[in-house]
Design a protein around this ligand. Structure first.
Ligand SMILES: [Zn+2]
Length: 297
């Protein structure tokens, strides 16, 4: 945070979000960045119709020196929860604004606000749900085509499946993200996909991951507590007549390997070609669910 300390901060309150663009960034780019932040927040509103925490603070921190070796517009993001929820986005203001809109990082970080803080052992749930939502929400908003979104999601799931197959999901997260990054980021995305499709399938579209997380927000967020994974998933199941989340947890969380996502891709009509591109088959049995997930309704 030394960058912040050495510069003058300019806070700008919008109707709904508290956005701060740390200076120096020229006026034109500052205005463009604020518009982009609001657009990324709109992406997340596509989950259940409102931003998960309207009192969250969003701080955009310009940096061109980056130790991550990234030349992206958005270099890095994180959520901190010391006094209220703050989303920090480290950006390269020299990149064209179009690159900001094409970048998933802000949508990923804002999606984290749909869940409470989880203890480290269960971070595969928070990272996974955010990794799932970054793709489906970028698709619903039109920043990705559905093909691009599914391709990115599946590429992530495959990286996760190939990462540290000898560890269970809970072990992978407990060991620290650095040791099993892809498993931690994508195993929970597989669980999110499986839960979302199952909820939509059995309720005829009345229930979804979106609707359940909307209920969680209504009852319990923002939360000052650190939750365990089972506590969160049990809570989500209380919104349902028949549980979905704890059965998936019991099946996968303490087992090695990776949640099996292939059958559900077949039902959704999603085929991965040899070159990694995705084709969407509109005659598959759950096409309506695929569209409900990845196309704005
Ligand atoms: Zn994350």
């Amino acid at each position: 945070m030394m960058i912040v300390d050495s510069l003058v901060s300019a806070a700008l309150l919008t109707a709904t979000l508290n956005i701060e663009v740390v200076q120096p960034v020229d006026d034109k780019k500052t205005a463009e960045i604020i518009e982009w932040i609001n657009s990324a927040a709109d992406n997340v509103r596509l989950a259940y119709g409102r931003f998960p925490n309207p009192d969250a603070k969003i701080i955009v921190i310009p940096t061109t020196e980056n130790s991550w070796g990234s030349d992206s517009a958005v270099i890095f993001g994180r959520v901190t929860r010391r006094r209220g929820e703050t989303v920090e986005l480290f950006v390269n203001p020299d990149r064209p604004i179009a690159e900001f809109y094409a970048d998933w990082t802000a949508t990923h970080e804002f999606s984290h606000l749909m869940l409470p803080l989880l203890s480290q052992r269960y971070r595969w749930i928070s990272e996974g749900f955010a990794s799932y939502y970054q793709n489906v929400l970028m698709s619903r908003s039109g920043n990705y085509t559905p093909e691009q979104a599914w391709q990115r999601l599946i590429a992530g799931l495959e990286r996760g499946r190939d990462s540290r197959p000898e560890l269970s999901l809970n072990e992978a997260a407990a060991n620290g993200i650095r040791h099993a990054r892809m498993k931690v980021y994508w195993s929970g995305a597989a669980i999110a996909l499986l839960a979302d499709v199952e909820l939509r399938r059995r309720s005829g579209g009345k229930e979804s991951l979106d609707s359940v997380l909307g209920q969680l927000q209504e009852c319990c967020l923002p939360s000052r507590r650190r939750w365990s994974g089972p506590r969160l998933l049990r809570k989500l199941d209380t919104f349902l007549d028949t549980p979905v989340f704890m059965p998936l947890y019991s099946q996968y969380a303490n087992e090695d390997g990776f949640p099996d996502f292939s059958p559900v891709l077949g039902d959704l009509g999603i085929t991965v070609q040899n070159d990694g591109t995705v084709t969407l088959d509109n005659s598959a049995s759950l096409v309506h669910i695929r569209d409900a997930i990845s196309v704005q309704q």
